[in-house]
Design a protein around this ligand. Structure first.
Ligand code: NCD
Length: 314
């Protein structure tokens, strides 16, 4: 077993063999989650606190379910109603919670780097559930598991990531993970939604879906992240859909067995055609949600094993 980390802050810090260790363990949890009896005691006796400073549906729900299935005591903090709105800083809130001896802290925050900062201040294991446009490691891991199951491997695939790359932590974590596993990555989107200096990541950049999708195995669509845009990045949603929205016509440029992915929440008719998103022969969007619970169980299990090792040595 190779996974020696204290926290899960980003894919950046993981070695390829650690990614494989985590995905292999997640496979076991996929089976457990499909069984009638879904409980294990991997986190029994441990306390997990979820702190979401940004809205979330699937990520928060799956972290909660993951913790409960593994026997942890799970608490969801309602951050809008917390002292943060009274002016308490992120670090003060974290220190207060830290004094209550949680073992696992799951944090989503609108500022890039906020979760790393917090991890330096607390004694427990911290899992990054998305920080600004920086990283969203469990999303990239669940995407990797979905791809590995659908394609039978996680290397030497042509993978297109399409849309609002500039504002997407999902894109960033996926680019790092899929690059580490030696895949060929293409980014497709309007130049206004491409981050500066992206070519340094060893990716190919396209502003034309027909060319970019040529021969790809995986098509990963992204939401237009308007909450992180200050001003007009696209002429109109209609124009955007026409050029960059994925529909059955544009998908014809990809390999005949290419899979379609989206991290959610999706805007039907903006970045993806609703019928295609629901087409279970092409779309693995629901599989991504299922894999999300298993990957989060695996991540928390591995971190908890390391916590016990550290505490045992102390
Ligand atoms: C993503 C996120 O929050 O970064 N969603 C998710 O975690 N499933 C993508 C998005 O918000 O568009």
């Amino acid at each position: 077993m190779t996974f020696t980390h204290r926290h899960l802050l980003g894919i950046e810090h993981l070695r390829p063999e650690e990614i494989v260790t985590l995905l292999d363990l997640a496979e076991e949890y996929v089976d457990l989650n499909r069984a009638t009896q879904k409980h294990s005691d991997a986190l029994a006796g441990l306390t997990q606190i979820n702190m979401f400073f940004e809205n979330s549906t699937r990520t928060q729900a799956s972290f909660e379910l993951a913790g409960k299935r593994l026997g942890a005591d799970v608490m969801n903090m309602a951050m809008q109603a917390s002292s943060i709105s009274k002016g308490e800083t992120l670090i003060d809130t974290a220190m207060t919670l830290n004094a209550m001896h949680p073992d696992l802290l799951v944090v989503r925050h609108p500022h890039s780097g906020a979760v790393d900062l917090l991890a330096q201040k607390v004694n427990c294991a911290v899992l990054n559930a998305g920080d600004g446009r920086h990283e969203h490691p469990t999303q990239a891991l669940l995407d990797a598991l979905t791809i590995r199951r659908a394609k039978g491997r996680l290397h030497r695939l042509n993978i297109a990531i399409c849309g609002d790359i500039a504002h997407s932590r999902v894109a960033r974590s996926n680019i790092i993970l899929l690059g580490k596993m030696e895949n060929r990555i293409r980014l497709i989107g309007p130049p206004t939604l491409m981050p500066a200096g992206i070519a340094e990541f060893g990716v190919e950049v396209y502003d034309d879906m027909a060319k970019g999708l040529e021969d790809v195995d995986v098509v990963m669509m992204l939401r237009l992240q308007r909450e992180r845009m200050d001003g007009g990045f696209i002429p109109s949603e209609r124009e955007y859909y026409h050029r960059f929205g994925l529909d059955a016509e544009k998908l014809k440029h990809a390999k005949p067995d290419a899979i379609v992915m989206h991290p959610g929440p999706m805007n039907r008719g903006v970045e993806i055609d609703g019928t295609l998103a629901d087409d279970i022969n092409r779309s693995v969007i629901q599989d991504q949600v299922e894999m999300g619970v298993a990957v989060r169980m695996a991540a928390m299990d591995l971190l908890a094993r390391n916590l016990r090792t550290i505490q045992g040595a102390a």
